[in-house]
Design a protein. Structure first.
Length: 277
C-alpha cells in the first residue's frame, strides 16, 4: 500500500490530508470527519477494508481539528464543504464518492447541495438534516457533548472515556479499546478549544431539508440503531427527504465506528457504488 500526504488550501485555511492509494482502476473516495475528530478517527484497518474493495481513499483534517488550521470561527457547513473541494482539487480528483460521519455526514449533504457536479455518490453516516425535530440526542449525550474537554492528555482522555460510554455501541464498548483510540487521536493531534467553532457551524447552518429535496446525487444513508447522540430518526429523515437515497440501519451500532462494523460498512458502500456503474 502506498500512502502520501500533503496540504490543501482554501483561502487562509490549511488542510492536512492523507491518501491511501488504490489500484489504477480504484474509485476515488473522500472520508470526512465528525465534530472535533482528526483524520485518524478513520483508522487504518477501516481504510484497508475500503482499499480491499477497490477504493482510493483520502482522509483530511477539517478546519479546527487535527493538524489543520485553527481559526477564529465565523464559518458554516458550506465553508467546510468548500474545504473538501479544495482537498479534491489538490489530489487531482474532478469527481469522487464522499463519505462522512456525524458532522461529516452534514458536510457530505452540503456537498450534494453546493457541488453536485463533483459528487459521484454521497454516504451520510449517523447524521441528520438540521431539522431539530429529528435526530434528537438523549439528555445524557447532550450533556456530555456540551462539556468542554481539557487540553492536557490525561484530562482529555478521561473526558473521552466519560462521553464514549454514553453513545458508543453498547455491545462493543470497552474502556481499553476506547482508551487506545483516544490515545491514537490525542497523539496525532487534537484541538479541544476549537470545537466550539465547528459546533456553531453545525447549529448556525440550519435546516437543509428544502435544499436536500433537490439533490439528485445517489445517496446512501447509514445509521446505528443504538445511536444516542443523533437518534436514528435523523438518518431516517435524511433518507426520506432526499429523492435518490437508500437507507440502511445498522443493528446495535451507536455513535462510533467500532472494528466489528468496519467490513459491514465498507461492503454497504461498495455494493451501493457497484449498483451505480
Amino acid at each position: 500500500m502506498t500512502q502520501v500526504s500533503g496540504w490543501a488550501h482554501n483561502g487562509d485555511v490549511r488542510l492536512r490530508w492523507v491518501r491511501n492509494v488504490g489500484t489504477d482502476a480504484a474509485e476515488p473516495l473522500l472520508l470526512i470527519n465528525g465534530l472535533s475528530s482528526p483524520l485518524v478517527s478513520y483508522e487504518e484497518g477501516f481504510v484497508d477494508e475500503l482499499l480491499a474493495r477497490r477504493f482510493d481513499v483520502v482522509r483530511f483534517d477539517n478546519r479546527d481539528a487535527g493538524r489543520s488550521s485553527a481559526t477564529e470561527g465565523g464559518y458554516q457547513l458550506a465553508d467546510m464543504a468548500d474545504d473538501a473541494i479544495a482537498v479534491m482539487d489538490t489530489v487531482g480528483w474532478d469527481t469522487a464518492h464522499v463519505f462522512g460521519m456525524s458532522m461529516g455526514g452534514m458536510i457530505v449533504q452540503q456537498l450534494g447541495i453546493d457541488h453536485p457536479d463533483r459528487m459521484k455518490s454521497l454516504t451520510s453516516l449517523m447524521s441528520t438534516t438540521g431539522n431539530q425535530q429529528y435526530g434528537t440526542p438523549s439528555r445524557a449525550a447532550m450533556n456530555a457533548l456540551m462539556t468542554p474537554s481539557p487540553d492536557d492528555r490525561e484530562g482529555w482522555l478521561a473526558a473521552r472515556l466519560a462521553s464514549e460510554v454514553i453513545w458508543a455501541s453498547p455491545a462493543e464498548y470497552t474502556p481499553e479499546a476506547t482508551l487506545a483510540k483516544g490515545e491514537l487521536l490525542y497523539d496525532y493531534g487534537v484541538q479541544p478549544r476549537q470545537v466550539i467553532h465547528q459546533y456553531k457551524a453545525v447549529t448556525q447552518s440550519g435546516n437543509r431539508e428544502n435544499e436536500l429535496a433537490k439533490v439528485a446525487v445517489p445517496t446512501l444513508v447509514l445509521h446505528g440503531s443504538a445511536d444516542t447522540l443523533i437518534h436514528p430518526s435523523g438518518g431516517r429523515r435524511t433518507a426520506d427527504v432526499m429523492p435518490n437515497a437508500t437507507y440502511v440501519e445498522l443493528e446495535g451500532m451507536g455513535h462510533d465506528l467500532p472494528r466489528v462494523y468496519w467490513s459491514r460498512i465498507a461492503e454497504h458502500v461498495c455494493t451501493f457504488v457497484d449498483q451505480l456503474t
